[in-house]
Each structure stands twice: as structure tokens, then as C-alpha cells.
Design a protein around this ligand. Structure first.
Ligand code: ADP
Length: 495
């Protein structure tokens, strides 16, 4: 089975969030199951400067974008640690930029054009690079036009009509919505600009287009697959998602234990594992306290958060709780994030006020993210919604007890501590339902009380560390979905 992964992110080439982790790890797991995956992604500056060896293929191409023609070139590499081929689409003016999608809180104005180009360059690569392709696995809105292209302007081209598509929703809230005149850039006829196909509230919508035209849909946790069928998580797309509900699968992301594993993590002051974590974790905590400029005190509980500073992630709830707790509670807080300025300012203000207790790093720092996972005692994820979430799975493996809002993949992976879950051995963290500072602070209080009971805490830590959230189970599920989708397309059933 030949699967072409079309994605804008894949670690270690480039990553802004979980999508990069998924596309860097899942193809390698699939290859172990006998699938033949190939990746294709934009040649973003980050990818070209990632240090991974990339070579030219010598194959150039030209894509019609509205009335102009835009040239590009295919480059070739492999996913490190594997022989999974990776093709990068080089187009200097679209992809050689400081960021992937947006800068200074504003999307790049030509995002529609950039990703129309990317979508068409992926399809042209099938022919020009002679990529045997049974199914294109598309990821998130930047690949959202691919299924529509296959069913419209590529439908009659030899070699394309049997290619199936699976579209995975990593985050429904980011939809790639553009003014209607951008239809001219796509090359797709205006007859498709209607409420049942590419149009959504008067705009061209990449996400909706994928939900309508892909042969199968998936998202990254079973709970999120349910949540997105109704408002508010459906972000307005409940109609099409309910219509397609029998083609929509929820598959939990996995954790890449070759990268996120305290026993072998090269970023840590000391490695450790579930059988013997106390000394290693203590060393990592002391090193983190020193690195972050906090007093080196082994006994004080340390809470951490890492993530995009966006409304989704609930950093405003953290700021609210922190402003009050930092004064009263003898605890340390370590925060790492990049994103919206209003959250940066709110958190920076608190960090300035309580330098002995709150340490903030603004920016994207992968090595520090590893050290925080290892050194902290508790990990906060008060997300308003969370399609899957990876940091809670990393936290479990690093013996850092998650405190999460009960939503999406967080609900699917974290079992709240209660008398019952403590006695049956399933408790691995703390969860709460309301998206309010009060609910978050109550959950933190419960966690701090449990931290004061060494036996309870040890059970929570070791339960999490011993759990297996690796890719192997999810990769098998993807193989089933590919097979199911291919069989349906072959039989002529579907959209
Ligand atoms: P999302 O994809 O919604 O951003 P996930 O929890 O699925 O959230 O994945 C986030 C990934 O990005 C994790 O690997 C996390 O460690 C990483 N990450 C997020 N923000 C930062 C940051 N500022 N510095 C380093 N890593 C980060």
C-alpha cells in the first residue's frame, strides 16, 4: 500500500505543534507494518535549514496560479532514522520566510496562493516524480484542496482517478478561509463555489472543501471526533461533519518514544525510567530550577506549562490562577510558550512580580521543552478544546503528573484521581470540567494535596510512566482505515 503524506510540518524538518510530531513519527511506524509511506511538504526555510541532508531531484515544474505560472523544484530527503522518502517543494518567494503561516499575530496575506500552489505541486509530483500512490493522507487545512482537485480538475487525468484520500483534522478551528475572489487562484470552476462544496459563509474554505470531498475523514482522538459534530467545537461545520459521520474516525495520536523518553533523552541532566525515577527526576528538577533562575529547592512543588499562547490552550486561565496563587502558595511555576502578545504580556507581568516563583521563557525551544517535561512535578493543560494533545502523554512518560481540562484527547488519556481510580490503579492525573479559573485552581489544589502524600504521588507517577501511548496501536488503526477507504473507492462507493 503506497501512502503519500501531504503535510506542512514533519519533525525534525519543521514543526509548530503536534502536527509536526505526528507526521514525523507516524510514517515510520507505518513502514514497520509493511506500508510504503512517502512524505511531501513545502520547502520552508526551517526545513531547508534543519540540518537534515536534502538533495535536489533536478525536477522543476510550473503551476498555474490564476493567470500567472509559478515555478518550483522538488527536493529529496528521508525521515531521519528511516528510509521513508521525503520530498520538499522549493519555491523561494512562498516558503523562504521567517515563519510557516503567520508573523506578528497576522496570517500571511497570500496564504491562499501559497497553499493552492502547494496542493497542486503535490498532485503534479505524483506524475513528475512517478510516485506510486494509492492514497493521499492529507493533514489539516493547508492540504484541504487536494481531495477537491482529485474530484475536479484532476479527475480525468490518467493515473489520478483511482487515488483515494484520507483527510485528518488536527484542529478544526484553523480552517483556511479566504475571500471568494481567491477562487480564481485555485483553477477550480465557480460552479463548485456553493454551500454544499467549497463555499462557507461567502468565503472559500479549505477545511470544508476537504470535509466534503475526501473519501474518508479522521481526527486525532475519539472524544474530539464526537465533540466536533456539535457546536461550539464544530466551529460551524457541524452540518457537513454530521453528514459525513460514518466516514469519520477518531484515532488517538501516539507518542514517539524514540524522541520523548526520559531513559534516553539526550537533553536531560540525568536519564531515568519508571523503575528508578526519583534520583533522575530530582537531578532534572534541580538543573531546571538553576537554568530558569529559580531557587534550587528540591521539596517545593513545580508546575509547568508549554504550548502555543492561544485562546485554545487556556493560558489566560493559567495567568488568572497564577496571579493569585503565586503570592500565597509556596510553589514554582515554569512556563514556555510562543504566540499571542496579550498572553505574553499577562504572563510576563506576573513573572516580573514573583521572580522567585514564576519563570517564563517566550519562544520556541524544543530542548527546553524536554527539560521542563523531565524536571517539573505537574503539567498544566487547561485547554478549552484539545483535539489530541501530546504534552500530556509526554508528561506521563516523564513522571510529571498532568492537570488537564476534560476535553478531546485529554479526556481520552487522563484518568482523574479519585478514591475509586486510586484503588483500581487507573489514576494518572487530575482533570476538571469547567473552563474557569476556579475549576483550574481547585484541580491544582487537589494535586498539591496529593503531592503532600508521597505514597499517593508515587502511585500516580509510576502509573503514568508505565503506560504505553506509543504509535504502534494507532498506526494499526490507520492501516485499517486506509484499507477500508481503498476498498470503498475501488468499489466506486463514496463521495
Ligand atoms: P498543538 O499541536 O495544538 O500545538 P500538541 O500538544 O498536540 O499541541 O503539540 C504541541 C507540541 O509542540 C509538543 O511537542 C510541544 O512540546 C511543542 N511545543 C509547543 N510550544 C512549544 C514551545 N514554545 N517550545 C517548544 N516546544 C513547544
Amino acid at each position: 500500500m503506497n501512502i503519500l503524506f501531504a503535510t506542512t510540518e514533519a519533525a525534525p524538518f519543521c514543526k509548530t505543534g503536534g502536527l509536526g510530531d505526528v507526521c514525523g513519527a507516524l510514517p515510520i511506524e507505518l513502514a514497520k507494518l509493511g506500508v510504503k509511506p512517502t512524505l511531501i511538504m513545502p520547502g520552508f526555510r526551517h526545513a531547508l535549514e534543519s540540518g537534515v541532508k536534502i538533495e535536489p531531484t533536478g525536477v522543476m515544474f510550473e503551476i498555474p496560479i490564476g493567470r500567472k505560472k509559478v515555478r518550483g523544484e522538488y527536493l529529496r530527503s528521508t525521515l531521519p532514522g528511516s528510509d521513508v522518502p521525503v520530498y520538499l517543494i522549493e519555491q523561494h518567494s512562498y516558503f523562504n520566510r521567517n515563519e510557516l503561516y503567520r508573523e506578528r499575530d497576522t496570517d500571511y496575506q497570500d496564504n491562499c496562493e501559497r497553499f493552492v500552489f502547494f496542493n497542486r505541486a503535490v498532485l503534479d509530483a505524483v506524475e513528475r516524480l512517478e510516485l506510486d500512490t494509492d492514497l493521499i493522507h492529507c493533514h489539516d487545512w493547508p492540504t484541504g484542496l487536494l481531495p477537491a482537485y482529485l474530484k475536479t480538475i484532476y479527475a480525468d487525468r490518467p493515473g489520478y482517478n483511482q487515488i483515494a484520500t484520507l483527510f485528518t483534522i488536527h484542529n478544526l478551528a484553523y480552517q483556511g478561509s479566504f475571500w471568494h475572489w481567491d477562487m480564481e487562484l485555485t483553477g477550480v470552476g465557480w460552479e463548485y463555489f456553493n454551500w454544499q462544496q467549497l463555499e462557507f459563509y461567502g468565503q472559500l474554505n479549505f477545511m470544508k472543501s476537504a470535509l466534503v470531498f475526501a473519501d474518508a475523514l479522521s481526527t486525532v482522538s475519539p472524544r474530539y471526533a464526537e465533540e466536533i459534530k456539535s457546536p461550539p467545537m464544530s466551529c460551524g461545520l457541524e452540518g457537513v461533519l454530521r453528514h459525513r459521520q460514518h466516514d469519520l474516525f477518531g484515532v488517538l495520536n501516539g507518542c514517539d518514544y524514540a524522541v520523548w523518553n526520559p531513559a534516553i533523552d539526550p537533553h536531560l541532566a540525568q536519564n531515568f525510567d519508571a523503575a528508578n525515577y526519583a534520583a533522575g527526576k530530582a537531578a532534572c528538577k534541580a538543573a531546571l530550577q538553576a537554568e530558569m533562575g529559580l531557587p534550587v529547592r528540591p521539596e517545593v512543588p513545580m508546575l509547568a506549562a508549554i504550548g502555543r499562547l492561544a485562546e485554545q490552550k487556556g493560558f489566560d486561565l493559567i495567568a488568572d490562577v497564577l496571579a493569585r496563587m503565586a503570592q500565597q502558595q509556596d510553589a514554582q511555576w515554569v512556563l514556555l510558550g510562543s504566540g499571542d502578545k496579550k498572553y505574553q504580556d499577562a504572563l510576563a507581568g506576573i513573572a516580573r512580580e514573583y521572580p522567585e516563583r514564576v519563570a517564563l521563557r517566550l519562544g520556541f525551544d524544543n530542548a527546553l521543552a524536554h527539560r521542563i517535561e523531565a524536571g517539573a512535578d505537574m503539567f498544566l493543560m487547561p485547554s478549552r478544546y484539545e483535539p489530541c494533545g501530546l504534552n500530556q502523554m509526554y508528561s506521563l512518560k516523564y513522571g510529571t503528573v498532568p492537570i488537564v481540562r476534560e476535553t478531546g484527547g485529554l479526556a481520552d488519556t487522563i484518568t482523574n484521581l479519585s478514591e475509586k481510580t486510586l484503588s483500581d490503579g487507573s489514576a494518572n492525573g487530575f482533570s476538571f470540567a469547567d473552563d474557569s479559573p476556579y475549576a483550574l485552581s481547585m484541580a491544582i489544589d487537589r494535586a498539591l494535596r496529593a503531592y503532600g502524600q508521597p505514597e499517593v504521588w508515587r502511585q500516580l507517577v509510576t502509573t503514568g510512566m508505565n503506560q504505553d501511548w506509543s504509535w504502534s496501536r494507532s498506526a494499526k488503526r490507520y492501516v485499517e482505515i486506509y484499507e477500508h477507504t481503498l476498498a470503498r473507492v475501488e468499489a466506486g462507493v463514496g463521495v
